[in-house]
Design a protein around this ligand. Structure first.
Ligand SMILES: N[C@@H](Cc1c[nH]c[nH+]1)C(=O)O
Length: 371
């Protein structure tokens, strides 16, 4: 396991063997899946001008960013907390003239200013894909199914997709169930806690049925449709149902229409990914708008995975066979074994010990021999 160390700030850890390798194997599997669906890799820098980054991050402020002054430009820079924002910048500047839809993938470390209760890490690996220029049901279905395929290719089983409607409360509050901004925040936090008593106490009884519209997808969706008596949400609910239908059989499906944790900028549709063997979320995604430099916006859908907690829990950590090569070993035989997929560990002196160096075999003549 990774050992917290007072050599590093809270929320920062070294990835050690075999976890670091497990993480890069997962990263490779996910990126290969994305590439196979036409997502081209981009690699934005770790830090950017703070004002540009903050401006693009809807629902977050610069006080949520890890910032520092750049001695060269004398300007404040920020470490990226979410690569999706950078992909939006790239899509609407350097790649503004590329035909749409534009499919981009990415992977890298992101930095959160504060750690979450469920995820103490502040430095996290983020791997994802963004489909830019379209947020239709077809585009959203592609994103969800590619996310599932990527996780499956990495060996994750028992996947659950939990759908949400990130802007649901805003829509209801601006229409049939009016609320002012303070009330919106109150209603949201009561819904977060699924607190019926709390909702009643603040006079928002109209929102009570939303607490019940949660759980296995079909039942929860039926309850949500029953709640939507004037058909205001029809198109959204049809859209989310179609996306769910498109991945039926590939994952367990649930609905939590008011879940908003981590959905600061997504609009009509969002989803969180879980795996049976693991308690926390593996990633999330949804539809959103990218602000373009000309003042217009561009629709997009995408997803991001945060696989570190899964890896730390031991996922993909393989103890591989390794063969010890004694001093003076047959170099040609060792090279043939490496070609055949073996990992070799060459002795530097007679003092080196096969077992202590993690070897399972030793090269005897030109043949591997189990230790
Ligand atoms: N970047 C978002 C997920 C996402 C990607 N694209 C759209 N949404 C997150 O990390 O929560």
């Amino acid at each position: 396991m990774r050992t917290p160390s007072n050599l590093l700030p809270e929320g920062f850890h070294d990835a050690l063997p075999p976890f670091a390798e497990a993480a890069s194997r997962l990263e490779r599997d996910v990126l290969d899946t994305l590439a196979s669906h036409g997502y081209a890799r981009v690699s934005p820098p770790l830090a950017e001008y703070e004002d540009g980054l903050a401006e693009r991050m809807q629902g977050a402020s610069s006080s949520d960013l890890m910032r520092f002054v750049d001695p060269i430009s004398q300007r404040t820079l920020a470490l990226r907390p979410d690569m999706t924002v950078q992909i939006g910048r790239i899509a609407t500047t350097s790649l503004a003239d590329r035909p749409r839809p534009l499919r981009l993938s990415y992977s890298g470390q992101v930095l959160k200013l504060r750690s979450g209760q469920l995820q103490p890490e502040r430095s996290r690996l983020q791997i994802g894909a963004e489909l830019i220029g379209n947020d239709s049901v077809i585009a959203a279905s592609e994103i969800v199914s590619v996310a599932i395929e990527a996780l499956e290719r990495a060996g994750v089983t028992g996947i659950t997709v939990d759908f949400t409607l990130p802007d649901l409360i805003d829509i209801l509050a601006a229409g049939p169930l009016p609320l002012n901004q303070t009330q919106i925040d109150e209603v949201r936090s009561e819904l977060d806690m699924k607190d019926a008593g709390g909702l009643s106490a603040i006079g928002a009884t109209g929102y009570l049925p939303l607490i019940e519209a949660t759980g296995p997808f079909d039942e929860a969706m039926a309850r949500l449709r029953a709640f939507d008596t004037d058909g205001l949400l029809d198109t959204r609910l049809d859209g989310v149902s179609q996306i769910a239908a498109s991945i039926k059989g590939k994952a367990s499906l649930t609905l939590d229409p008011t879940e908003r944790h981590g959905f600061e900028y997504q609009n009509w549709f969002g989803f969180t990914l879980y795996a049976d063997t693991f308690i926390g979320a593996l990633g999330r995604g949804g539809s959103y708008q990218i602000n373009r430099p000309d003042g217009n916006t561009e629709a997009a859908v995408g997803f991001s995975l945060y696989p570190n907690p899964l890896i730390d829990a031991g996922f993909g950590a393989q103890l591989r066979d390794q063969i010890f090569l004694p001093v003076g070993h047959d170099r040609a035989a060792a090279a043939r074994l490496r070609d055949a997929g073996w990992r070799t560990v060459a002795a530097l002196s007679d003092k080196d010990q096969a077992q202590a160096l993690g070897c399972t075999h030793i090269l005897n003549g030109d043949q591997p021999e189990p230790l």
